[in-house]
Design a protein around this ligand. Structure first.
Ligand code: DGY
Length: 311
């Protein structure tokens, strides 16, 4: 019987062609709702998912499953132990997106420093004078503190290298380079004008940034989070933004996604909020689709995947 690959979300044609050319049936689903995925994926040998939770119960509803491919790098929503116990590979696409996520992080750093979002909105509201009361900030001469100096953190440092900033980073596994000093975690919060979060969401990092860290930060410093919402204690961030403990935040990720419009972050005037778009570019989506589907093909053809996070 032809093996099925289930895509709850559609992916670029280049990825679907890789699967079809390898002889698999591609099932494009109708969304991420749990029961819908169980029904549509019931016969699947492989599934390619976004950031939706994928636990043992979901795996059991797909008894032919051999590989769960994450269309991205973070696999915090997948129960990897449950997959390993069931002999299912979990693969991801770490090489495809570092550049794009770093570009978005730097874009948000620039945008929040120059009040780009508020100024652009003001002009549509016939409010030219808005700019007078809301001057931006220079980036040159500032200190950028990167939490997590893996692939993405390193790309951020590279892209900021022309901005005349001092770059420091915290990462227990990294060493200082010619342009980036590895420092302790406290130094990041105490001295950086921009604290940029590029950590994986693992038990040690979940809710690891809260009131204590915001109190350490400079009153005019910005927090920029492109990693996972759960790393921050969001309610404490809201207080820090309201109390003026920190100057502002640019956030692409949230504890709850999609971010409900009733969330207290919405409407604050010192935040830039974007809907988890850091890797959402035409080029990067194509690269992720290529990497993920190649690994699906490898597993379903009995080969070892290139980017397994288990087994
Ligand atoms: C990732 O790759 O984990 C991004 O957050 C997009 O899913």
């Amino acid at each position: 019987m032809t093996k099925q690959v289930y895509l709850p979300d559609d992916i670029p044609a280049v990825g679907k062609n890789i699967l079809a050319d390898a002889g698999f049936e591609v099932i494009v689903g109708s969304g991420r709702e749990r029961q819908t995925m169980k029904n549509e994926g019931a016969q699947a040998s492989a599934v390619l998912i976004g950031t939706q939770p994928f636990d043992g119960d979901m795996m059991d509803s797909m008894p032919n499953l051999k590989v769960i491919a994450r269309n991205g790098v973070g696999y915090d929503a997948v129960d990897v132990d449950a997959a390993t116990k069931r002999g299912i590979y979990v693969v991801n696409t770490p090489k495809a997106l570092s550049g794009s996520v770093a570009e978005t992080a730097v874009s948000e750093l620039l945008a929040i420093s120059k009040n780009l979002y508020q100024n652009a909105a003001a002009i549509h509201e016939d409010n030219w004078p808005y700019r007078k009361a809301h001057p931006g900030r220079d980036i040159a001469g500032k200190t950028v503190g990167i939490l997590g100096f893996g692939r993405i953190g390193q790309q951020v440092a590279k892209k900021l290298s022309g901005f005349d900033v001092k770059i420091i980073a915290y990462d227990p596994f990294a060493k200082s380079t010619d342009t980036v000093d590895i420092v302790d975690r406290e130094t990041i919060f105490k001295t950086a004008d921009y604290v940029m979060v590029h950590l994986p969401a693992v038990p040690e990092t979940i809710h690891s940034i809260g009131a204590k860290e915001f109190k350490m930060m400079k009153h005019d410093a910005y927090l920029i989070n492109m990693a996972r919402g759960a790393i921050i204690v969001e309610s404490e961030l809201v207080s820090a933004l309201k109390n003026g403990d920190i100057g502002g935040a640019a956030l692409d990720v949230f504890e709850e996604e999609p971010l409900p419009v009733t969330n207290p972050l919405v409407g604050l005037d010192n935040v830039l909020l974007t809907p988890h778009i850091a890797s959402n570019t035409i080029e990067t989506k194509a690269r992720m689709a290529i990497d993920a589907t190649h690994d699906i093909v490898r597993v379903l053809q009995g080969e070892k995947p290139e980017s397994a996070v288990n087994q």
